[in-house]
Design a protein around this ligand. Sequence first.
Ligand SMILES: Nc1ncnc2c1ncn2[C@@H]1O[C@H](COP(=O)(O)OP(=O)(O)OP(=O)(O)O)[C@@H](O)[C@H]1O
Length: 529
Amino acid sequence: MHRSDSPGGTAVPVAPDATSDVAIEAKSLSKRFGDVQANDAVSLSVQGGTVHGIVGENGAGKSTLLKMLFGFYRPDGGTLSVRGRPVTFHSPADAMAVGVGMVHQHFMLVEPFTVLENIILGVEGGRRLDRAMAAARENLHALEQRFGFDIPLDVPVAGLPVGVRQRAEILKALYRGADILILDEPTAVLTPQESDQLFALIRELKGQGKTVLFVTHKLDEIMAVTDRVTVMRAGRVVADLETVATSADALAEAMVGTRVTRAVVADETHGGAVRLSLENVSCASGSARGLHDVSFDLHDHEVLGIAGVAGNGQTELLEVITGLRAVDQGRVLFSDVEIAGPSGGTDPVALRRMGMAHVPEDRLKTGVVESMTARENIILGYQREEDVSAGGTLLKRGDIAAMADRMFAAQDVRPRNPGLPIGAFSGGNQQKIVIARELARQPALLVIGQPTRGVDIGAVTRIHDQIIALRNAGRAVLVVSADLDELIAISDRIAVMAEGRITGILPVNRAEEKTLGLMMAGRSMETAL
Ligand SMILES: Nc1ncnc2c1ncn2[C@@H]1O[C@H](COP(=O)(O)OP(=O)(O)OP(=O)(O)O)[C@@H](O)[C@H]1O
C-alpha cells in the first residue's frame, strides 16, 4: 500500500499492517535551552494506527518533544525513526516528506487567504495556478469525503471559528500526506462541542489507519480517546501506560508526584455590597454578535461565572467592563461610579487605579509583551505605580526584582528566572505570570477570562484556590470560562450567555451541567430547569 493522498511529495511506503508497527520512535532525545534541560533522554514509541496521549505539568517538556518529532528543533542527542527507518530532520519539510504532520497550538494559517489557498500554499509545484487549484480542490473533496470533514474551502480563514480553522489545519496536513499527525494541545482553544467534534475526527483518522499523537492537560480527554499515554515530568518520561490500565487520578499523581488537593474552600458568606453593575448594556461588534440588553450585579465576596459557547458575547462583555469597548446603550457602574455609557467611558489605566484587575482571555495577544522579560511583564500596566517607580518615571529596579522573585515563588513559575524573555516560558507558565501580576495588588474586582486555559492540573488547583481566597477576602470576581466544570467549582452564581444576551443567572447549587448546556443553546432558564 502506498500513500495515495500525497499531492506531490515523495510517496513513502506504509507497512501493510499499520496497527502492528511502530509509526514513530524516539530514543533518548535531549534538548537544552540555556540552563534548562527541556528534554532529558526522552524515549517514546508510538504504534501505527493508534491514538497516543502525552501529559505533564507546565514546562515538563511536551511541546519541545513534539517540535523535535516534527523537525522544528534539532535534538542535542538521541535518535528518531519513522516506521522503523532512522531519520534526521533538518526542518519540518523533512518530517512532512516522510508523512509526519503537525498542528501547532497557535495556528499557522494566513488569515486573509481562503482555506483552499492556505492548503496549497507552498505545494503548488510548477503547474499553472488555476490547474493546481482545480486539482487540489478535487483532492481535498476526496479527503473530506473519506474522513468526514465539512470545511468551506473558499472562505477566508479570518472569518472562521477556531474549531473550523483547526480542522482546516488537519486537512492541510493530510493533504500534504501526513500518516502521523501530531497535535499540540488541540482542545485548549476549543469549546466543549468543538472538542467532541475533534475527537470524532480523531477516531475516524485512527479507524483509517492514521496515527495521532497529542498533548492535553485534560485527563478526561486522555481516558476518552487514547490507546496509550506517556507522562512527562521535568524533561523526562516518568510513565508510559496503556490507557485501559490507568485512571485520571493515577495520571494526575504521576504528573505532579503527589496527590493534588484543594486547599481553599469558599466560606459561607454570600455576597456584600454591589461592586459592579451592568444596566441594560448593549453594544454592536462588527461581524460578531455584540451585547444585547445585558444586566446583572456582581457583589463583593462573590464569584460570578459567565458560561456560554465561545462567540456569544463573552469577549465583548469582558471588553466593555475593562474599558476596551464602547457601550451604545445602558451603563456600567464600578464601585458606584459610572465607568461606561453612551457618552463615553473610563480608560483601562484609570480602571486599574480604581482597583480593577484584568487577566485577558488571550494572554499572548493582550496579556504580555513577548520580547520583554518576565520581570518587565510583571509591571506592565502598573509601571507608574509608586511601588515600582519613583514619581511615575524612574523604575525601582531592585524592588521590581524582589517583587518578581516573590511572585515566581508564590505561583511556582518554572524556570525560576524572571530575567528570561516571556517567550522562553511555556504557555502555562506565562499564564501563571500574568495572574501573579493581576493578583499582586489585591484588586477590589478581578475580571478574568479563561483562567486556566493551557495550565496543568497542579496550577489549575492553585489558580482556583487564589480566586476563592480573593473572594473570601471580600473581593468581587467575574470569571468567563468555556469550561463548565471550572465555573461550577469556583462560582457562587453562574450567568449563561447566548447570542449576546444573558439567558439566566443561577446559584451554583442549582447549576447542573445539563441545565447550563440547554441555556447555552438559547433556552430560557425557566424551560431549562
Ligand atoms: N525556545 C525556548 N527558549 C528557552 N527556553 C525554552 C524554549 N522552549 C522551551 N523552553 C523551556 O523548556 C522547558 C520545557 O518547555 P515546553 O514548552 O516543552 O513545556 P510544556 O510541557 O509543553 O509546557 P506547557 O504545558 O506549559 O505548554 C520550559 O522550562 C521552558 O521554559
